[in-house]
Ligand binder design. Structure first.
Ligand code: BV8
Length: 238
């Protein structure tokens, strides 16, 4: 199966790659749905990663992101992240990398022009439309930080459930899917939309890389049952 996928890759002028939390599993970042270890075991991330939860419990949600930021800061990109960055450098203009991940590991591995559909956990933004008084450089040091004048809260610059994805990024991802000769769908359960929908609009062959079945298997031309950091080097190394 991997030889067939290598053949499709060799023939593909345009390659789109869609990655999810499984891409970072071998770096030690728990995947989104099993990330609920310890304190967070009793919460459903789909409940926590919402504006409603943040407005209701700003400190609790802020602390959840602070814990995840600390974890991400301690890990390194894995061989899967690295081989995607190397391949793109050796084949300019041929690979478009689309990720649902907010951990920044693709970018730290050297990938450029990453279409980060769900934002970046290491960046903040204002919860409400900032006013002249909301000076991002001096929010009050609290959990979460806030504007000392109007009380506007800082929040993680990620896309929460129920929030629109950045429109330009999503449009670029859709264009990449619709123009590709091959799409690699790596480390995603295919549950979250509209990201998962990209695999269903791929013009080219769809190859899934995942140790488990996913919601997108029916859309695949080939399924490589295995781990990203092991299979991507086998697939992408010249
Ligand atoms: C929106 C940032 C509308 C926050 C995240 C259509 C149909 C159904 C539902 C919807 C729909 N449209 C909208 C919805 C609702 C919702 C949704 O999809 N809900 C799902 C749960 C049913 N979507 C939204 O709310 C989106 N917004 O559509 O807005 C709108 C319209 C108009 C006006 C206003 C609004 C926004 C979704 C974005 C949510 N934010 N992240 C944060 O991180 O805190 S999503 C979050 O889940 C992560 O980004 C994560 O990446 C993502 C998806 O999960 P996966 O990446 O797939 O991770 P998961 O743990 O599920 O799976 C891991 C996989 O890895 C597994 O398959 C495993 O087998 C595999 N694996 C494990 N180890 C390895 C491996 N693979 C390879 N190698 C390994 N070693």
């Amino acid at each position: 199966m991997i030889e067939q996928a290598r053949g499709w890759l060799g023939a593909a002028r345009r390659v789109a790659v869609l990655t999810g939390a499984g891409m970072s599993a071998e770096s030690g970042v728990p995947t989104f749905r099993d990330a609920q270890t310890g304190l967070w075991a009793q919460f459903d991330p789909q409940q926590l990663a919402t504006e409603e939860a943040f407005r209701a419990n700003p400190t609790m949600v802020w602390d959840w992101y602070a814990m995840r930021r600390e974890m991400v800061a301690k890990v390194e990109p894995n061989a899967g992240h690295r081989v995607l960055a190397t391949f793109a450098k050796r084949h300019p203009q041929r690979l478009t990398l689309i990720t649902q991940n907010v951990d920044g590991l693709h970018q730290r591995a050297g990938s450029v022009g990453v279409l980060a559909l769900h934002g970046n956990i290491s960046e903040d933004k204002w919860l409400d439309e900032p006013k002249a008084c909301c000076n991002a450089s001096q929010p009050a040091a609290a959990r979460p930080p806030y504007c000392k004048v109007c009380g506007n809260l800082r929040r993680p610059a990620v896309v929460w459930f129920g929030e629109m994805l950045p429109l330009e990024t999503l449009a670029a991802a859709e264009a990449a899917a619709q123009e590709c000769d091959l799409m690699l769908v790596v480390g995603t359960s295919g549950v979250v939309y509209p990201a998962a929908g990209l695999a269903r609009m791929a013009a080219g062959k769809v190859v899934i890389v995942n140790p488990e079945p996913t919601e997108l298997d029916d859309a695949a031309d080939a399924v490589l049952r295995g781990k990203a950091a092991q299979l991507l080097p086998q697939l992408l190394e010249d």
